[in-house]
Design a protein around this ligand. Sequence first.
Ligand code: AMP
Ligand code: ZN
Length: 116
Amino acid sequence: MDNCIFCKIINGEIPSNKVYEDEKVLAFYDIHPVTPIHVLVIPKKHIESIVKLESEEDYEYVKSIHKAINEIAKKLNIDEEGFRVVANCGENGGQEVKHLHYHILAGKKLGTKVAE
Ligand code: AMP
Ligand code: ZN
């Protein structure tokens, strides 16, 4: 989709520091990390957010994203110590980039409260 930062990362117009890639998913380091390890996992299809998932194909992307998170956790060696996965959705969720993405937050002990 035009003017979508993450679509531009997928097609190579904007560089990224890739962590993982397969046919349906791309993962790269967040440019403004909020934890020692901060990775974004995105579908290689422009889906705006969780509430815009509508087809079986879309849900196949979600399945692939979970598989990717599993593999990234092992690759980055955070599978045992743990991490947090966050998907901001819409205005109240604080979603800035309107292309579905999951934050992997890791590398330190996070607070027990999910929401600020
Ligand atoms: P959200 O607030 O959930 O929409 O998060 C968007 C995230 O994308 C933020 O954490 C940004 O730091 C990150 N971000 C924006 N542009 C880029 C980029 N070009 N490369 C990597 N991360 C980015
Ligand atoms: Zn997009």
